[in-house]
Design a protein around this ligand. Sequence first.
Ligand code: G1P
Length: 281
Amino acid sequence: MKAVIPAAGFGTRFLPLTKAQPKEMLPVVNKPTIQWVVEEAVDAGIKDIAIITGKHKQAIENHFKPIEKLEIALEKAGKLDELKEIRQINNLANIEFIIQEEQKGLGHAILCAEEFVENSPFAVLLGDTICTGNPNCTKGLVNMFKERQTSVFSVEKIKAEETIRYGVISGQEVEKDVMLVDDLVEKPSINEAPSLLGIQGRYVFTPELFEHQKNVVKGAGGELQLTDAMRSLAKKGKMFSWTFSGKRYDIGTMRDWFQSHLELSFNSDYSQILKEVIGKL
Ligand code: G1P
């Protein structure tokens, strides 16, 4: 299975941080957000990845491709651990970069990957969202896809005042944490929301999604929405949601960004430093 990581938006909700710096390159502990996302896909067994990006986001490509001058400099300076680490990033996965010429929305970004996906099932991981847990969210969805052979995606319980930030779904519970989806609405008001289950940004789709995406017209925010294509696909056949019990951080909100940095530091080589800093506050 291949994976598609959309990372082409302007990050307008997180300005001025994202004026020159892609949101997906914001650091969480010791690496940029998008590296966490690529590692999640790799951990789920996926090595062929397309990152959908924009011309204004060259830093993302630079992060994953070899930079010869830097490698030579590190070698000369005897900084072999650093050299090993950056080479590991270069070799993490087979990453292709696809430029989305115009920012027309998440659904349009996914359409840019149609040729790359080649008529096979594929995973989608939003490039500004970190998920942790065991199994990781994408791995859980890949397993669920193998079992059910139809499109699946993860959701979480959200608060009433948050519906306007999420795709919100409804359906019938078929087993614990799994629902047969019957409706999906992108960023509804609380009155229009079919439930309080929000789409998290992790999906595995059958390639039929593309045909539905092509017929979608501008939706919430005047954009071509992925949720609208999913709604159309769900009306045609079965689609399941999985309520993910791990952690999800939306690195487009200050709260989640701070929280991810703190919580993920606790499980890293930097936990001691963090404890010392917090202890001094
Ligand atoms: C996107 C999706 C939405 C989903 C959300 C999760 O919205 O369109 O359905 O719930 O990600 O973060 P965005 O955050 O890009 O506006």
